[in-house]
Design a binder for this molecule. Structure first.
Ligand code: UTP
Length: 223
């Protein structure tokens, strides 16, 4: 299978060296039977830098490009932990990522262009690579009816249609560093290309494999 992971910065940037090695080891294990692409998010470092950039009057687009640098740094860290299993030079375009996949079973990259998040990069990469599955491994364990951090009545949705996800996510504000389980642009891309998508809690490294073998307890999105 060809699998694209969107590995949230909130998940990966929080890892120390031992944690990075655990993620690398799990990805290596999964790559024995699958071609993997991993798109890494920016996490707290991105949000901190974006906050300071906004504070000095940077435009939203400039804040985004600073966020992209943070995602690429996190990607380089994971690539380092993967040793020779992924290219050390983080691809900066979809074309370079596809090219790198001819030589490597795992390709790690960060953001690409302003106005989106790494979820959208992962969804677009899934289109380019004709992936069988997109896994959004983030810091919530699925898509909820409302924000579970704010609403105690929020309920997890085990299965949903891509068009319902797109409708739900379109109500979320698009701002540099803003938070949502799935970026609205990513949701639109998932809807148009019918890529089977799973949202799981990426903080538990075992969920990377559970998303593939169907034993996860996240949200399954179908076209
Ligand atoms: P993330 O993908 O990490 O966004 O990119 P996020 O919503 O904060 O996700 P988590 O918390 O890591 O899961 C960080 C920021 O980098 C910019 C955006 O400003 C985004 O909010 N970015 C990232 C882009 O502008 N374009 C990209 O392709 C990727």
């Amino acid at each position: 299978m060809i699998v694209v992971y969107s590995l949230g910065g909130s998940v990966l940037a929080a890892q120390d060296s031992a944690g990075l090695k655990r993620y690398a080891e799990k990805l290596r294990e999964i790559s024995r039977d699958n071609q993997l692409y991993v798109v890494v998010g920016g996490g707290a470092i991105a949000r901190d830098c974006i906050g300071r950039a906004r504070g000095v009057g940077a435009s939203e687009a400039l804040c985004d490009s600073i966020g992209i640098l943070a995602t690429r740094m996190n990607a380089a860290l994971l690539a380092a932990a993967l040793g020779g299993s992924a290219p050390f030079r983080v691809p900066e375009s979809y074309e370079d990522a596809l090219e790198a996949s001819k030589k490597y079973r795992i390709v790690v990259m960060g953001g690409v262009s302003p106005g989106q998040t790494t979820d959208a990069v992962a969804a677009l990469l899934a289109e380019y690579a004709r992936a069988d599955l997109l896994v959004i491994a983030t810091s919530v364990n699925g898509v909820y009816t409302s924000d579970p951090e704010k609403d105690p009545g929020a309920v997890k949705i085990p299965r949903m249609k891509a068009e319902d996800l797109a409708r739900m996510m379109s109500q979320i504000q698009l701002k540099a560093g803003s938070r949502s389980p799935v970026d609205p642009l990513a949701a639109k891309i998932i809807e148009r290309s019918h890529i089977p998508t799973i949202v799981v809690d990426g903080r538990d490294v075992a969920n990377l494999i559970r998303a593939i073998d169907g034993t996860h307890d996240g949200t399954e999105i179908r076209g």
